[in-house]
Design a protein around this ligand. Sequence first.
Ligand SMILES: NC(=O)c1ccc[n+]([C@@H]2O[C@H](COP(=O)([O-])OP(=O)(O)OC[C@H]3O[C@@H](n4cnc5c(N)ncnc54)[C@H](O)[C@@H]3O)[C@@H](O)[C@H]2O)c1
Length: 241
Amino acid sequence: MKVSLGLEDQVVLVTGGNRGIGAAIVNLLLDLGTKVAYTYRSDDNPQMGSLAIKADVTDEASMAAVAAHVEEKLGAIDGIVANAGITQDNFFPKLTTADWDAVIDTNLKGVYNTLKPIIPKMYAQRSGAVVCITSISGERGNLGQTNYAASKAGTIGFTKSLALEAARYNVRANAVAPGFIQTDMLKSIPEKVKQKILSEIPLSRFGKPEEVAWAVAFLLSPVASSYVTGTVVRVNGAHHT
Ligand SMILES: NC(=O)c1ccc[n+]([C@@H]2O[C@H](COP(=O)([O-])OP(=O)(O)OC[C@H]3O[C@@H](n4cnc5c(N)ncnc54)[C@H](O)[C@@H]3O)[C@@H](O)[C@H]2O)c1
């Protein structure tokens, strides 16, 4: 018997889908037959078969326009992956207000801006799945990441609260917390620090973007995760349990 995740012909919006984890999510969803729209900020290489939209998640009006554009081109949105995120690391005494604001605006307010125009429509259609990409840093903290960890812990609290509110409308909200994944984001970490991190990961390697993408596909799936909401799925090689 043929089985499926039930994501064929569903419409999913992924923010920051042009590279790293977001690109892996877009590619996997395309392979699963999903109609994918994704946002990018710059340096885009459009991925075949998807709708690419240039938009900044920190801009509330742009994200409202993104939602309207996706609905017009692909139809009602079934799933959202709030993936766009940045780091601007420094030890707290050296962290600037600009570092703080940029990371909170992108990683936390960006989730708000992405979801705000779409959630009421999901409630009205009585279906939908939201996946927010948080981080191991938001769960256990990390040196040099007070701003980033705050944004990611905030995203977890947001997701859990939304799950409680959304359940009565048959809309689910979950988070995925990657550990250290091989993307451009990891490139900014000094080699010595990377080796130390590696020594702390029981699976003895960094994760691959595709390994995060599969967790996202599971949480979007109306078949595989229909009773899963308000939870955080860790994809971290047992780095934090
Ligand atoms: N790589 C890791 O080790 C790791 C670990 C835990 C969590 N994460 C999270 O996973 C997500 C993806 O990270 P990644 O590793 O693929 O990083 P990346 O730097 O490779 O990609 C980040 C994506 O976000 C987009 N983006 C950034 N700011 C934006 C803005 N203002 N508006 C629109 N798009 C914007 C970028 O264009 C890019 O597509 C992020 O939320 C990140 O915090 C990454």
